[in-house]
Write a protein that binds this ligand. Structure first.
Ligand code: FNR
Length: 188
């Protein structure tokens, strides 16, 4: 059966460059793997009381149950104020709790940061990696993926314009699938 990669996108806007990047990566996913978006926009801000009191919001429970079905996670994120957008950090916080029930535990991961600017989301990319260490997500080191100038990557259909970008995305996905195969089974 195909290995399932869940994608968490750190932007909620309709015309999100990150979403377009995720869609482009989906089309380049190697055989034997599937890539599906996991929606994180309806998750209320994490409040530990709701877990401790035994009535977590239905959306948290649905997200946790959904995430458990994935073999690996790909994070496609913009940079907000040189860091990870709150919506993505919130999803990671919810997935990591209750203590001992981290749904990401041991699942291989990869990060791609995306920005219309030239610094290419470097700050978000590396802040995210800091959390992924704590979450025990073995995260692919190379190739690093800092996607800059995102506003000129796509045509009006949302397809990639440049063969170079497509080749890099292909290389990234191939490396990630190899990473998944060699880093499965690390859960504590
Ligand atoms: C941004 N943006 C931004 N860009 C960047 O390269 N570094 C940054 O630190 C920030 N900070 C930032 C903060 C906030 C609150 C917003 C709303 C935006 C711009 C950002 O890269 C741009 O809006 C992208 O289009 C966001 O990604 P999506 O939504 O296109 O996927």
């Amino acid at each position: 059966t195909a290995k399932k990669i869940g994608v968490l996108v750190g932007s909620l806007r309709k015309e999100s460059f990150c979403r377009k990047v995720a869609k482009a990566l989906q089309e380049l996913t190697p055989a034997g793997f599937s890539l599906e978006l996991i929606e994180i926009g309806d998750l209320a801000m994490y409040n530990q009381d709701l877990d401790d009191e035994g009535h977590p919001p239905a959306a948290w429970t649905a997200f946790r149950e959904c995430a458990r079905n994935y073999d690996a996670f790909l994070f496609v994120t913009p940079e907000y104020n040189r860091s990870v957008p709150a919506v993505l950090k919130n999803a990671l916080d919810i997935g990591s709790r209750p203590f001992g029930k981290n749904v990401l535990d041991g699942k291989p991961g990869a990060v791609m940061s995306v920005s219309p600017g030239g610094i290419s989301g470097f700050g978000a990319n590396h802040h995210l990696r800091q959390s992924l260490v704590c979450l025990n997500v073995p995260t692919m080191q190379q190739p690093e993926a800092y996607v800059g100038n995102a506003a000129v990557l796509f045509d009006t259909n949302g397809d990639l314009i440049s063969d170079n970008t497509r080749a890099f995305f292909q290389k990234f996905m191939t490396a990630f699938t190899i990473w998944i195969m060699t880093n499965t089974g690390n859960n504590r």
